[in-house]
Design a protein around this ligand. Structure first.
Ligand code: TYD
Length: 204
């Protein structure tokens, strides 16, 4: 099982706060003149844009083809010769990603066969996985407050199953992945400093 050193992944339910925390960590590295690269999945590359079109129902397809699209977007995200994470890590930069293949195991695992989702997501694990654990009710309240047009996945029962899948997958992590589970109900600042303490203990 391979592990990508200096690769930090944020995961959580929609509304959990992964985007805020990933962005704040990037700012912190910026402030400290650390070489880093901040990215997210689905990406803004062509396959990722197609994924977003499916989420916004501009393109209609099946849950299984969507699962393959996420995996294709991820493969490109990792191995693209120009902007691939793999290449950026070799430049000795820290890579921060807002979501990675654990999102597929958790989200696509609700409607598709989990074994198949695991098979098509046989990607290397990150050195650090930060799971922001925010209760479903809080996530729903935040999503509603944002007032964004709801994408396919903003549904309560669905998010409950996603959370169960996440918890199941976190138990299956191989040795060498440093997992931090943070309570997403804490303030942004508290969570942020908990994350920084954890990362600095790993010299990141
Ligand atoms: P997200 O980046 O959280 O949305 P935004 O930045 O637009 O708020 O991701 C979009 C949705 O895609 C989110 O509901 C989670 C879902 N998703 C999957 O279902 N599988 C995946 O593999 C990934 C990366 C995301």
């Amino acid at each position: 099982m391979s592990i990508l050193k200096s690769f930090i992944v944020f995961e959580g339910l929609d509304g959990a706060g992964t985007t805020t925390q990933a962005r704040n960590l990037a700012r912190y590295y910026e402030f400290n003149s650390r070489a880093y690269y901040a990215t997210a999945e689905p990406t803004s590359n062509p396959i990722g844009r197609l994924v977003r079109d499916v989420l916004q129902k501009k393109v209609i397809t099946t849950p299984l083809s969507l699962a393959y699209l996420y995996a294709a977007d991820r493969s490109d995200h990792l191995y693209n010769p120009t902007y691939g994470i793999d290449r950026i890590l070799r430049e000795e930069r820290i890579v921060i990603s807002d979501r990675y293949f654990y999102s597929s195991l958790a989200y696509q695992g609700v409607e598709c066969d989990k074994m198949l989702i695991r098979t098509i997501n046989d990607f290397p694990h990150p050195e650090v996985l930060i799971f922001i654990d925010t209760p479903v009710e809080d996530c729903i309240a935040r999503i509603e407050k944002r007032g964004e047009e709801k994408e396919l996945f903003d549904r309560e029962n669905f998010l409950r199953s996603v959370r169960d899948n996440y918890l199941e997958e976190l138990k299956r992590l191989p040795e060498g992945v440093n997992l931090l589970v943070v309570d997403g109900r804490k303030s942004i600042e508290e969570t942020e400093s908990e994350i920084r303490r954890f990362l600095s203990s790993l010299s990141l």
